[in-house]
Design a protein. Structure first.
Length: 161
């Protein structure tokens, strides 16, 4: 089956974090593709990706970027496929720059913005899966099982180290 989720990132340096989104999709058996697409360094690639995303069968796009993180917002301006933004943690401003760049979209072009860094990437994978699960009952069951397993793994009482 072709990819249903696109995981795109502004740089190779974002991949170690975006891998958490990929791991979640692997666990839920959701087919995805990964691409480096930079708003600033490869703007034509960004445009082509957004232009063809829906016709290629993508149903959600996870977009991670850091600093002046324009990739998720620019992608959202180019496609109706829902874009889930993941702000990368940065050294200079700890990712607050990325978060503000991604979350403060103008009216009309939403980006579903996740938390900064790894937890945000993992949740982006889950959010993409939940979007797909609306029209995929088997995936909805896998998601429910995943959540049940997570709940079951949490002890009722804390233990000493
Ligand atoms: C952004 O600039 C990328 O998303 C990355 O988070 C950040 C730094 O990129 P590199 O200089 O590490 O390639 O475009």
């Amino acid at each position: 089956m072709g990819a249903e989720v696109g995981i795109i990132m502004g740089s190779q340096s974002d991949w170690p974090v975006l891998k958490e989104a990929a791991a979640m999709l692997d666990a839920l058996e959701v087919p995805y593709e990964t691409r480096i697409v930079s708003a600033h360094r490869t703007p034509d690639r960004l445009w082509d990706y957004g232009r063809t995303a829906a016709e290629r069968g993508l149903k959600a796009i996870v977009a991670g970027a850091g600093g002046a993180a324009h990739l998720p917002g620019m992608m959202a301006s180019k496609t109706l496929v829902p874009v889930i933004g993941v702000p990368m943690q940065t050294r200079a401003l700890q990712g607050v720059d990325s978060l503000y760049s991604i979350v403060q979209m103008p009216r009309g072009f939403p980006v579903a913005t996740m938390a900064i860094g790894g937890p945000g990437a993992a949740n982006a994978g889950l959010m993409a899966a939940q979007i797909l699960a609306l029209s995929d009952p088997a995936l909805a069951q896998r998601l429910a099982a995943w959540r049940a397993a997570l709940s079951a793994s949490i002890p009722e009482e804390p233990e000493d180290d």
